[in-house]
Ligand binder design. Structure first.
Ligand SMILES: Nc1ncnc2c1ncn2[C@@H]1O[C@H](COP(=O)(O)OP(=O)(O)OP(=O)(O)O)[C@@H](O)[C@H]1O
Ligand SMILES: [Mg+2]
Length: 327
């Protein structure tokens, strides 16, 4: 298995549950494992009955297991402040307010949460060491990048051309330089030392790293439930990832209804039998229509999956643990 493992899927299908179970499986096998959660509602904190924050923390009661929880709102805020700070050093005070307003608007667009989180994912992938400074053998993310975020992987190419053109123009004309280096009041400043260009180059390298890491050192799994909506969402996610040359290693079918005993004949048993039949049909479709292997079929439990139940679910995951040998 690759070092970075992502579990994506529609809302509520069980991404966090399955991520925690898989992380536990890895930790039980002796790998130093970090699970990264991104939803403030139900998350690793509920699964492990322990509050986690922005920095990785050891999970009490388990060895080799660490967790962190990213709050999308906080990430957007942090991202925005960071950009404002960079910009305000570069532009005249007269337009700072207008620029701030534009930046705030940009961060209120639907993709902003995802983009800010993805930035943090890249940070985590680059850092990837325990509070004691050891490298994690495995990092498990309870979500996977989708359309909006994946588009960022095309950024290096786009920025690369743009940066090259900016630098080229600089060589030809100081006049062009002044226009390109927004608000830089020193006309002799070298364009390639310009902080804004510097930042673009930094972004370019960051997403280059992300693209390479996701392609060479990451595995993607999709969690789904035996229902139409989640099957369709899975098809969409596979297609989206494929657009960026990212393959899906397997599917986890979660929340499968249990069978009632033969002797049971009441309304509830009848309902459950019908439900089982519908689900079986969906699972047959999943097996037939997807090329990706189904790596787990997890039964719906009566209670939330935590404690001993988490170990049970971990056992049901037929997902490799041993690290892929270095090429
Ligand atoms: N196999 C299962 N049996 C019983 N309950 C389950 C099972 N899998 C998940 N759950 C419960 O379903 C709820 C949603 O699961 P989970 O939080 O893992 O989904 P998610 O995909 O991470 O959701 P979100 O999209 O909101 O982040 C939780 O309360 C969880 O305990
Ligand atoms: Mg979740």
């Amino acid at each position: 298995m690759n070092r970075f493992v992502f579990f994506g899927g529609k809302g509520g299908v069980g991404k966090t549950t399955v991520s925690c179970a898989y992380a536990l499986k890895c930790a039980r096998d002796g790998l130093k494992t970090l699970v990264v959660s991104t939803d403030p509602a139900h998350s690793t904190s509920d699964v492990f009955d322990q509050q986690f924050g922005d920095d990785p923390q050891a999970v009490a009661g388990y060895e080799n297991l660490y967790a962190m929880e990213l709050d999308p709102d906080e990430e957007v805020e942090r991202h925005m402040m960071d950009i404002k700070r960079t910009m305000s050093d570069q532009v005249s005070p007269a337009i700072v307010n207008e620029i701030d307003r534009q930046i705030e608007l940009a961060h209120r667009t639907p993709g902003a949460h995802e983009a800010a989180l993805f930035d943090r994912f890249i940070d985590v992938m680059r850092e990837a060491s325990t509070p004691d400074g050891d490298d994690y053998d495995r990092v498990v993310f309870d979500t996977s990048p989708t359309g909006g975020t994946l588009r960022l992987l095309a950024l290096p190419e786009f920025l690369g051309d743009w940066i090259d053109r900016l630098l080229e123009k600089r060589e030809h004309s100081v006049d062009l330089h002044e226009k390109a280096a927004i608000g830089n009041r020193d006309p002799v400043a070298r364009l390639d030392e310009d902080p804004i260009i510097g930042r673009l180059v930094e972004r370019k390298e960051l997403f280059e790293f992300a693209g390479e890491t996701l392609r060479n050192d990451a595995s993607f799994f999709l969690v789904l439930n035996p229902d139409e909506l989640s099957i369709r969402e899975t098809e969409r996610a596979i297609a989206e990832l494929a657009e960026y040359d990212l393959g899906v290693a397997g599917l986890v079918v979660n929340k499968i209804a249990p069978d009632p005993d033969e002797s049971e004949t009441g309304t509830a048993a009848t309902y459950l039998r019908q439900r089982r039949d519908t689900e079986r049909e969906r699972i047959r479709r999943i097996d037939a229509e997807f090329d990706e292997p189904v790596v787990a079929r997890i039964r719906q439990r009566v209670e939330e999956v935590k404690g001993d139940l988490l170990d049970e679910v971990a056992e049901e995951l037929d997902v490799a643990v041993a690290p892929t040998a270095d090429p």
